[in-house]
Design a protein around this ligand. Sequence first.
Ligand code: FAD
Length: 309
Amino acid sequence: MLSQKALLLAAARRPALRRLVTGVPATRRVVDRFVAGESIDDALAVVRRLTGEGIAVTLDHLGEGVTDRAEAKRSRDAVLALLDALAALRLGRAAEVSVKLSAFGQDLPGGTELALELVRPVVEAATAIGTTVTLDMEQSRTVGSTLAVLAELRRHHPDTGAVLQSALRRSQADARALAVPGSRVRLVKGAYDEPPAVAWQGRREVDAAYARCLGVLMTGPGYPMVGTHDPRLIDIAQRLARETGRAPASWEIQMLYGIRPAEQRRLAAAGCAVRAYVPYGVDWYGYFMRRLAERPANLRFFLRSLAGT
Ligand code: FAD
């Protein structure tokens, strides 16, 4: 039988459900907890607030799994417009961007080449305003393609960031390969439902794999980005930083906008480099469903809002 998590993640890919959920006005209130708004101006307001609190950001123009080239080009243009707007804020690396290659046509025929062609100008525009781009990681079947695009981009832009998912069995080897000088790697648990052949299934195994990958990245010469809200794993990262004599500016903790915000502020005030992942845009359905899948309490809260209680 499918778990609640697997059901929600399957629902994230259903167009009919997307229409149903996004059409309900009450949904908006719950979505607002996780999404900064629909426009660039909405996103920039959040950027100003968070950076004012000492929290850096990585902005995500929402969208994924485009089905034609025109849509993929619109994703590129949207991120270019965002970078244009960010230039005026002169925040440098305090405001970077994250992109999903499936929004840049990765799933289309010839998708790896298309995604590379469309994401390259984004990385160039980011470099021009003194900031960086991180390639989000999506379903396991796309990992090889995403790492291939990363390798190409890193030839001229070595600070282009990657994401590794500890749920995937291959990630410890990927972490070793990416633990090189200048390499920016965000480690997360993984938000997708993956089969046992490629992924650890239990929470304990995923957490143990996270700790192992963390060990590789924190003891290596790169720039680890510890993407988790899990206090135990953050403790392990901080312990590793102390043991290896890592300077506070040589790694960072990343959390999602709207999740444990007080902890984000506390860590920043305690001298840790903290970055919030800030999604914005109209295409929030897939992102929102993954946040519901991560935590039963979010689903209960959502259902109560729909019932108007
Ligand atoms: P969990 O064990 O899930 O949670 C630990 C604690 O955090 C929970 O007890 C709860 O207090 C809090 N928490 C966690 N999730 C929620 C939630 N949804 N709502 C409310 N509270 C919550 N995944 C990818 O597959 N690819 C990516 O590119 C990617 N990028 C990410 C970027 C960042 C900055 C972060 C923080 C996560 C990203 N993720 C990505 C999602 C990630 O894979 C996990 O699904 C997500 O972070 C939940 O796992 P956790 O490490 O926080 O641990």
